[in-house]
Design a protein around this ligand. Structure first.
Ligand SMILES: C[S@@+](CC[C@H](N)C(=O)[O-])C[C@H]1O[C@@H](n2cnc3c(N)ncnc32)[C@H](O)[C@@H]1O
Length: 288
């Protein structure tokens, strides 16, 4: 587990470098995300699922795609508030490591791991994936849910993920993508895209799926599946929007103006699905 000394020593993200959003008070996210605080798409493949159920369904889907077995080692890059690592430790008895540059997320995860009696299975590293020290070829699975969009060098990030995996290990990425290169060309500099990129996150580069596929192929991975989760993310964001509206007063008490900011960001995100943007889960294997 990350120590408070490590947290104190962790470089704070320079302005305009993404984690302005993720370093906000974790309680804000508790007011509109599901109880696990999973900040990525759920999976709504059975009728009538709630947000919380859809997020649990998604985590089982990820475990299934990874063929995760008890005792395996999993590295989650961009671990957020620990939804995936804590779940995989509790439900699959996996030994998990989370990476994120946002110090407040690590404090939150450390407290949850202690509450759940999982400190022996859960550890985290504070920093960007490109910078943190991690043991090479020692993981059975590497995951990135909604984090590769924040990494400027997608090829280096994917090569690094492969270098962490044992032979036969799996790499899972789910990410929002432009629908194709033409949509990227047309919409990348639109006001809504710039608002989300600059005012919410500080930095991000959404790519077409073809660019992610090329990066994993060039890194030497063998692609095993691509799932279209576009409708699932639309429904997830609809649920978040409802919860932001219901919790607006409490959210704004923690940070004035935040409910309006979140609403605009989530509405921009939900406006483009299927036309401008898509959301995919891409899985590949370190076959050789
Ligand atoms: C959209 S959130 C997703 C969080 C989590 N995967 C989930 O599904 O709840 C993106 C995460 O990526 C992290 N992140 C941003 N830039 C990163 C980088 N360069 N290296 C590792 N993590 C990064 C953020 O701090 C945040 O935790």
């Amino acid at each position: 587990m990350t120590t408070s000394a490590e947290l104190a020593a962790a470089p704070s993200a320079p302005a305009g470098e993404t984690n302005q959003h993720y370093d906000l008070d974790p309680e804000i996210f508790g007011l509109f995300l599901d109880p696990l605080r999973k900040y990525s798409s759920g999976l709504y493949r059975r009728p009538g699922l709630t947000l919380a159920e859809a997020q649990v369904a998604k985590l089982h889907f990820v475990a299934d795609r990874l063929r995760l077995a008890p005792g395996q080692r999993l590295l989650d890059v961009g671990c957020g508030w620990g939804s995936l690592i804590l779940f995989m430790a509790r439900e699959y008895r996996a030994e998990v490591t989370g990476v994120s540059p946002a110090g407040r997320q690590h404090e939150f995860i450390a407290a949850r791991a202690a509450q759940l009696g999982l400190t022996d299975l859960v550890s985290t590293r504070v920093g960007k994936f490109a910078d943190v020290e991690l043991p090479a070829r020692s993981f059975d699975a590497v995951t990135m849910l909604g984090s590769i969009v924040h990494m400027p060098d997608v090829d280096a990030a994917v090569r690094r993920a492969r270098s962490m995996l044992r032979r036969g290990g799996h790499f899972y990425v789910s990410e929002s993508c432009f629908r194709n290169a033409a949509a990227r060309e047309e919409f990348d500099r639109r006001a809504g895209t710039e608002f989300v990129r600059n005012s919410i996150f500080g930095w991000g580069d959404m790519r077409p799926l073809s660019e992610l596929v090329r990066a994993v192929e060039d890194a030497g991975f063998s692609v095993t599946s691509v799932d279209d989760l576009t409708d699932d993310y639309r429904r997830t964001i609809d649920d978040w929007l409802e919860r932001v509206a219901a919790g607006a007063a409490a959210i704004d008490e923690l940070r004035p103006g935040t409910s309006a900011e979140l609403t605009r960001y989530l509405e921009v995100a939900n406006a483009g699905w299927g036309f401008t943007t898509k959301h995919y889960a891409l899985v590949c294997r370190n076959a050789r």
